[in-house]
Structure formats: structure tokens, C-alpha cells
Design a protein around this ligand. Structure first.
Ligand code: GLA
Length: 415
């Protein structure tokens, strides 16, 4: 009897607690009229994990433009995504990073910068959609974003419903100003709000790898940052690359390690990668099955940068449906900073992609044997050079190449 009273008492306390929590929720926003709801009904059945069967591809404003975002930039970028061939190559999401938001209205609804986004977010999303592309935004799990704009803490439901009403397809969710917040609660809270909005929205977790998201984020986000911020330098690229070495086991269809967005073609002051370095960075990100979010100014992209970002055979390695993340097979330190590495990724057709990376400052003769890739000693696979776009033919035993400084040779090996 005493036990029953205790159980009943506990149940009552839970009910009261639930009422208190409900009373603290921000006022629900009025749902917009039927067209959005009709669209919502039409898209509802997409299974959530299937929003990212392969690593998401798109463009994000941060690496090149930081806070200098506007609807004009986004419209022109969407146009250029189509005219440059980026869309045809598979880039889909056009994402505005930090600084689009300024305040909340009396109902707690987030307010975009009316100067920079005069037509409003719904109109901008409609424009991006009219180009056959998808639209993304950024928020933060804290009270403020990294640039001090309003974050989503306490407003997850109202924000998710607002994004859905605007036609948002992708949310990057940052981790600034979250002292005392538990990432394993904050991210599922926003995931649940996005799901409840009824619109399929890719959820990009950006907590910088602080709480080893690779061990718990599958099913919470579709991609999770594994590192701090990337910069447009060789040092930054190689530092982030080294942090990916042991993470291959956590990536796969529906959930991807995110070593941060691409710096290919990005120029910030006098910082920027050389052409060879851009090629190396892109090759390795594809070998890692990393999300491919371009960060450069697509509107005035040099042809050689476009050729890197739209190399379909290299992108096919990233997007291979088997969904494995590549691994570092070997690292040879040849002294005086001359380090060369062999990376390989298994592919659906039974073949492998191989990247020979020269981290040193002089040309390096390199070799990879089929045996170290796990092939039979007598294998004689077909080899194709993915940057030269040339078949090399059947090769026995060992593949050799001279790799220029800070560059790669990338091949596809097919049994
Ligand atoms: C953090 C993120 C970056 C970018 C900025 C925006 O630093 O890691 O990718 O979103 O915030 O303020």
C-alpha cells in the first residue's frame, strides 16, 4: 500500500512538472495557411535518416563572406550554382551561416535582418527552390550565436516551425555560448523540434567534436563536426586531416563525420590555398566521405577552381553509395618535414579510391602496393587517374607516381 501511494505521488509530481515545463514554453506561432501545410503533407513520408544517404553537398556563406551576407549574395550565388555547373555536379544546399538574424518578436519568432534580407526568408527560399536547389540556415544551441545573434535555446520548437514555414531544408546548429548545456540533450531537442515541424530538414551538428559526437550523434544529426574551424591554409587542412584518422568507423549512410567546410578557392586577405593544395584538400575530403560544402565565391570562380569542385569522378568517390570513410593506409616520414601518405576508400563496385598525398615541400616518388590495399598479391586491377582523367590500364603489383609538393595523385582501382 505504502508503495502504491509512493508511486501515485511520483506520478503526480511528474504531471505537475510537465505542466510547469509546458507553461514555460514560448507561445506557439500561428501556422501559416494551406500551401505550406499542403507541401508539408506531401513531403512528410521521407524517412529521416534517408535525408543524407550520401554526404550532403552544397554551399555555405561563412568561409568566404563571414557576416557579410544578404539576399543579393544568396540569389546571385544560387544563379551561379546553376550556371557554373555546380548544381549539375551534385551541389544542392545553399546555406546562410551566422548573421542573418537580429532579434525576436513579441511571440518569440526569430526576425531576419530586414536591411539585408528585404524580401524575407520565405521569398528567398522560394527563389533558391525555383533554381532546383535547396535552402539552409544557421542557428546555435545557446542563447546567442557565435557572432552574438539570437540563438535557439528555449525557442527550439518555435524556430523549427518558422524554418519549416519558410521552406528551410537544412539547419547548421552551432555550439557557442552553451556553458552548462549538455550536448546530448541540446542536439536531440532541436532534432525533435525539426522532426515535429513536419518538413524534412537536414540537421548539421556543429559542436566542433567537443563531446565526441561520432560516438552518439548517429540518429541525432545527419552530419557532425569533428573539429574546430577550418582556415584557408595548408596547416589548417593537414591539422584537421590528422584528426580524422581514427573516425572512419563512425561514418556511413544517414550520418557523416564533418571535418568542416571546403576552403577550395577561398581567399581571405593574403590567405588561400595554391591550386595543388586546393586539389589535395578536395581529394582528401572526398576520400573521407566528408560533406562537401563549398565556401568560395561561386559568382566569380576561376575556371581551374571550378574544375576541381566539379570533377565528377572525384565527387563520385565522396558520394559512393557504399558510404565508407577512407582510411590512412600508411604514413612515411622521410625526415626534414617530408611526409608522404597513402589513403584508401572502399567502393561499392568492389574497387578502391587511392590518394597519394605529398605533405612535403619537394616532389616525391611514391608507391602503393596492391597487397597493402588488401588485394591478392597477383591482382592486376584497372587503374584510372582521376585528375588527369586518364586510364592507366592494368597494373601489376605496385602503382608508382611522382607526387609534386603539397599535391596528390588520385586513382580509382577496379578489379
Ligand atoms: C563557429 C562555427 C563556424 C561558423 C561560425 C559562425 O565558429 O564553427 O563554422 O559557423 O561559428 O559564427
Amino acid at each position: 500500500m505504502r508503495r502504491m501511494i509512493a508511486v501515485a505521488g511520483a506520478a503526480m509530481m511528474l504531471a505537475v512538472a510537465a505542466m510547469v515545463v509546458a507553461a514555460q514554453q514560448p507561445k506557439p506561432i500561428v501556422r501559416p495557411a494551406s500551401p505550406v501545410n499542403a507541401e508539408r503533407a506531401a513531403v512528410q513520408p521521407v524517412p529521416w535518416m534517408m535525408l543524407a544517404p550520401t554526404p550532403p553537398m552544397g554551399w555555405n556563406s561563412w568561409n568566404q563572406f563571414a557576416c557579410n551576407v544578404s539576399e543579393q549574395l544568396i540569389r546571385e550565388t544560387a544563379d551561379a550554382m546553376v550556371s557554373s555547373g555546380m548544381k549539375d555536379a551534385g551541389y544542392q544546399y545553399v546555406v546562410i551561416d551566422d548573421c542573418w538574424q537580429v532579434s525576436r518578436d513579441a511571440n518569440g519568432v526569430i526576425v531576419p535582418d530586414a536591411e539585408r534580407f528585404k524580401s524575407g526568408m520565405k521569398a528567398l527560399a522560394d527563389y533558391v527552390h525555383s533554381k532546383g536547389l535547396k535552402f539552409g540556415l544557421y542557428s546555435d544551441a545557446g542563447a546567442r550565436t557565435c557572432q552574438g545573434r539570437p540563438g535557439s535555446s528555449g525557442y527550439e520548437d518555435v524556430d523549427a516551425r518558422t524554418y519549416a514555414a519558410w521552406g528551410v531544408d537544412y539547419l547548421k546548429y552551432d555550439w557557442c555560448n552553451t556553458d552548462g548545456v549538455d550536448a546530448k540533450i541540446a542536439y536531440p531537442t532541436m532534432r525533435d523540434a525539426l522532426k515535429a515541424s513536419g518538413r524534412p530538414i537536414v540537421f548539421s551538428m556543429c559542436e566542433w567534436g567537443s563531446h565526441q559526437p561520432w560516438t552518439w550523434a548517429r540518429g541525432v544529426g545527419h552530419l557532425w563536426r569533428t573539429t574546430g574551424d577550418i582556415g584557408p591554409t595548408w596547416q589548417s587542412f593537414t591539422r584537421l586531416l590528422d584528426q580524422q584518422v581514427d573516425l572512419w568507423k563512425y561514418a556511413g549512410p544517414g550520418g557523416w563525420n564533418d571535418p568542416d567546410m571546403l576552403e577550395v578557392g577561398v581567399k581571405v586577405g593574403d590567405r588561400g590555398l595554391t591550386l595543388a593544395e586546393n586539389r589535395a584538400h578536395f581529394s582528401l575530403w572526398c576520400l573521407l566521405a566528408a560533406p562537401l560544402m563549398a565556401g568560395n565565391d561561386i559568382r566569380q570562380m576561376a575556371p581551374e577552381i571550378r574544375d576541381i569542385l566539379t570533377n565528377k569522378e572525384v565527387i563520385a568517390i565522396d558520394q559512393d553509395p557504399l558510404g565508407t570513410q577512407g582510411r590512412r593506409v600508411r604514413q612515411d616520414n622521410q625526415g626534414r618535414g617530408a611526409t608522404v601518405e597513402v589513403w584508401a576508400k572502399r567502393l561499392k563496385d568492389g574497387g578502391q579510391a587511392v590518394v597519394l598525398l605529398n605533405r612535403g615541400n619537394a616532389d616525391a616518388p611514391m608507391a602503393v602496393s596492391w597487397q597493402e590495399l588488401g588485394l591478392r598479391y597477383d591482382a592486376e586491377p584497372m587503374v584510372r587517374d582521376l585528375w588527369a582523367k586518364k586510364d592507366i590500364g592494368r597494373v601489376k603489383g605496385t602503382f608508382t607516381a611522382t607526387v609534386p609538393a603539397h599535391d596528390v595523385v588520385m586513382i580509382r582501382v577496379t578489379p
